[in-house]
Design a protein around this ligand. Structure first.
Ligand code: FES
Length: 161
């Protein structure tokens, strides 16, 4: 827990207390922490465990089971590649492979410069424009491996701004 600042400890305790009246507060607590910090490392899980009495193993199980929780910080741009059925049959695997090749990371990983994370997603509700890729909420329609370089370039140009 020594990695956490006093302010972070205070804030996480405050998030835990927010749901003190709930019968099963864990998902709500973890969702708020994920939104606030972008990830839920082990020392934060330990703090939540102390505050709520839920064993760390259980918290760890939840964090690793649901893909919207993350143990490590995500990149500035999260490239969500849909691998749902409609996208898959239209070549989504080749699209995510191309992102992986060009960025040198696999799904779930983040580039060393902290700019990009690749996430493999289930259906994001854009089957009509499959294969769909969502980057920080912006949806790209009918993405092909040939269009991947241009998309990456668009975000590299923005960089950390
Ligand atoms: S399967 Fe990809 S958007 Fe529905």
């Amino acid at each position: 827990m020594n990695h956490l600042s006093e302010a972070a400890v205070r804030q996480i305790n405050e998030i835990c207390d927010r749901y003190a009246e709930e019968q099963t507060p864990l998902m709500m607590i973890l969702s708020d922490i994920q939104k606030e910090y972008g990830y839920i490392p082990l020392e934060v899980q330990e703090l939540v465990s102390e505050r709520t009495g839920v064993p760390v193993a259980e918290i760890y199980g939840v964090v690793t089971f649901y893909s919207f929780f993350s143990l490590t910080p995500k990149g500035k741009y999260v490239i969500g590649c849909c691998l749902g059925t409609a996208c898959y049959v239209k070549g989504a695997q080749q699209v995510i492979d191309k992102f992986s090749d060009m960025l040198g990371i696999k799904a779930g990983q983040t580039t060393e410069d902290g700019l990009f994370t690749i996430d493999a997603l289930r259906c994001i509700g854009a089957c009509g424009i499959a294969p769909a890729v969502s980057i920080n909420g912006k949806v790209y329609p009918k993405v092909s491996p040939a269009s991947v370089a241009g998309i990456i370039e668009e975000y590299r140009a923005k960089g950390n701004n």
